[in-house]
Ligand binder design. Structure first.
Ligand code: TYD
Length: 209
């Protein structure tokens, strides 16, 4: 099998982390070398940026600075973790990647997806995931789940419901435009049902490659 670059996207509290863990266990059990990682973050320096981005007041950053910090963290992560892992034949499962910047900063913060696409080209070039699972959930449900977790990383959850509704529509739009790699999953299903759907897709990709 050729190794896969797999990303998970979705609104806050859509259950990505659970699914990342379940898929990692599945691939480990098949003896496929796999790393799981996340954005913003994934390297010590990028985790420092994560902390700056996800904690504190919503007004702490202007949208463009927020976007540039996301790209800086992604560049570090790509060069230091993702590319080396892919080049050494490992699968990479990443909790969020550039689609999150398109949805959160490009659409919800109104910077424009076109601007974010230009930055993508400049900063990380042509790399794309082999497959992206978009976990779709009603933001009211997702935000409740997210805020029920004891956690300091609540800066994005503090934006109003309109912001989160825009993010949901943006992810669905991105998935529609990128049918070759994006699969929308109903995140209101239970964990095991979602995992089964994901594994079916991954099994097909493994046999196709
Ligand atoms: P994450 O830990 O995935 O949040 P959650 O578990 O609540 O879904 O991501 C942290 C926050 O960072 C999340 O609210 C979305 C935001 N974010 C962006 O705004 N732009 C980005 O490019 C990325 C990667 C994340």
């Amino acid at each position: 099998m050729n190794n896969l670059f797999i990303t998970f996207e979705g609104g806050d509290g859509s259950g990505k982390s659970t699914q990342v863990n379940l898929l990692k266990d599945y691939l480990d059990n098949l003896n496929f070398e796999t790393i799981k990682t996340r954005e913003p973050g994934g390297t010590p320096s990028a985790e420092i940026l994560r902390d700056l981005l996800t904690t504190g007041e919503v007004e702490k950053w202007t949208p463009m600075s927020e976007a540039l910090l996301m790209w800086a963290s992604r560049y570090e992560h790509l060069i230091q973790v993702i590319e080396p892992a892919l080049n050494s034949g490992k699968n990479v499962i990443c909790d969020r990647f550039y689609d999150s910047t398109y949805a959160y900063q490009g659409v919800a913060h109104n910077l424009g997806i076109d601007k974010m696409e230009k930055l993508k080209k400049i900063i990380i070039g042509d790399i794309e995931p082999d497959v992206t699972f978009v976990l779709d959930i009603d933001p009211k449900v997702g935000l409740k789940r997210s805020l029920d977790r004891p956690n300091q990383e609540n800066r994005f959850e503090s934006y109003n419901i309109d912001f989160h509704n825009k993010i949901r529509s943006a992810f669905l739009e991105i998935a529609k435009k990128n049918k070759n790699r994006c699969i929308v999953v109903d995140a209101s299903l239970n964990e095991q049902e979602i995992n089964n759907l994901i594994i079916t897709v991954i099994d097909n990709l493994i046999t196709d490659k």
